[in-house]
Design a protein around this ligand. Structure first.
Ligand SMILES: C[S@@+](CC[C@H](N)C(=O)[O-])C[C@H]1O[C@@H](n2cnc3c(N)ncnc32)[C@H](O)[C@@H]1O
Length: 386
């Protein structure tokens, strides 16, 4: 007996190419969403479904459907997708960062991916007027509507009411300094409704919460299944969260993945670093320039992000013991794409004690690893301090 197709109920036009086609739609559908955020939704939503938490899905702020296409793909068999939006009343355009909605564009974009869109329920209204009973039974709820404190607090209350136990609530823009109302509204909600929503993950402009009580340890399953995806940990509202600070998409084989289950792949991380000098000389404590040329020989860009890439170095004594391990970073800003090279100058701070040292130059992926830990070669330049 073959296992049932977990996507059959979605009514996708092209199930085999869904993710590749969806990725290609970024750029042609206007919106404020990223493929990396969608992949986070699929990771958590897919594992939640495996834990038998399946239901309707809902989004406040569908705009033209860019994120709604992903959220609708997380609904359970026979379940609906609710899309709430005011669709462009002038006050809302201002409150949501200048974005207007368009019912027709939203429906047309959903039809690009779903052959039959009869599962879509559009609620063209201010979300603050929507009763939880109109959107109940959700296993995934995306809050991306009005960005004022009052709207955010009200939308989180609606999401918490409408979401089943163990279900997920994703909040947009919590850490975006352009929309302080979102964090203000969220903090007010979290303080008043202690424990109703437990934070699980942060990344790609989203915070993912779980409706209490949690179903199993979703983060343990994410960390196990998606161990290749770089992440760090932090504490948010008293709960340990996984932080996905850098791009997810390069680590995912989109052609073999589905919204229910992503297939990850190993990413090559290499820097080719060629120092321009054979020997450095400096007075004790002085700064000496180490010029070099370097190539990004990795599959992914050396880029600025919440987990940025930087060029740095370690200092060793003549007997190979460590003189100074952590040193200043030169961030790759603008990014250095795969295959591309750049001239750079590392300002090396000499030790206070005269003697012979070695400078080992390497690229760090902040919070994740040094590239030498992934097999990248590290050039060593002698440093004489006198
Ligand atoms: C940032 S956009 C959403 C982006 C969208 N999720 C995407 O994938 O591109 C915010 C949306 O929220 C809607 N909106 C703003 N205030 C709202 C409110 N109080 N109730 C319902 N929708 C609202 C706006 O019309 C706009 O379409």
């Amino acid at each position: 007996m073959t296992p049932a197709d977990p996507l059959a109920h979605l009514g996708l036009r092209d199930p085999a190419r869904f993710l590749a086609a969806y990725r290609a739609a970024f750029g042609s559908i206007h919106g404020a969403f990223t493929i990396d955020a969608a992949l986070l939704f699929f990771m958590y939503g897919g594992l939640l479904a495996e834990a038998d938490v399946r239901g309707a899905t809902c989004e406040i702020g569908v705009h033209q459907g860019l994120s709604a296409i992903a959220v609708a793909a997380l609904r359970g068999e026979g379940a609906l997708f609710y899309g709430i939006d005011t669709f462009g009343a002038p006050r809302d355009i201002e409150a949501s960062g200048g974005m207007s909605g368009d019912d027709r564009a939203f429906r047309a974009n959903m039809s690009r991916f779903y052959a039959d869109t009869s599962f879509v329920r559009v609620i063209a209204a201010d979300s603050r007027t929507v009763a939880p009973s109109r959107v109940e039974g959700c296993s995934f709820f995306h809050v991306d509507g009005g960005h004022s404190a009052d709207e955010t607090k009200s939308d989180l209350a609606l999401a918490a009411e409408a979401t089943v136990e163990g279900g997920l609530v994703a909040l947009d823009d919590y850490f975006n300094p352009s929309f302080p109302g979102v964090s203000e509204g969220a903090v007010r909600f979290l303080a008043e409704r202690r424990g109703a929503l437990v934070p699980l993950a942060v990344g790609h402009n989203k915070v993912i919460f779980q409706r209490a009580p949690p179903t199993g340890d979703l983060n343990a399953r994410v960390a196990e299944r998606y161990a290749r995806l770089p992440h760090t940990r932090a504490v948010f509202d008293g709960a340990e969260v996984l932080v996905f600070g850098s791009a997810v998409a390069p680590h995912v084989d989109l052609d073999r993945s589905t919204p229910a289950r992503l297939v990850t792949r190993d990413v090559t991380l290499r820097a080719e670093i060629r120092p321009r000098v054979r020997l450095l000389e400096a007075a004790p404590g002085a700064v000496v320039d180490l010029p070099l040329r370097m190539w990004n020989r990795s599959d992914i860009p050396f880029a600025w992000s919440d987990a940025p890439f930087g060029l740095s170095y370690q200092l060793y004594r003549a007997d190979e013991s460590v003189e100074r391990y952590e040193n200043a970073r030169l961030w790759f800003f603008p990014p250095l794409d795969p295959g591309v090279d750049r001239e750079m100058v590392v300002p090396v701070v000499a030790p206070e004690r005269p003697g012979d040292y070695v400078v080992a130059v390497d690229v760090v992926w902040e919070g994740i690893c040094w590239l030498r830990e992934r097999g990248s070669a590290v050039p060593r330049v002698p440093l004489r301090v006198e």
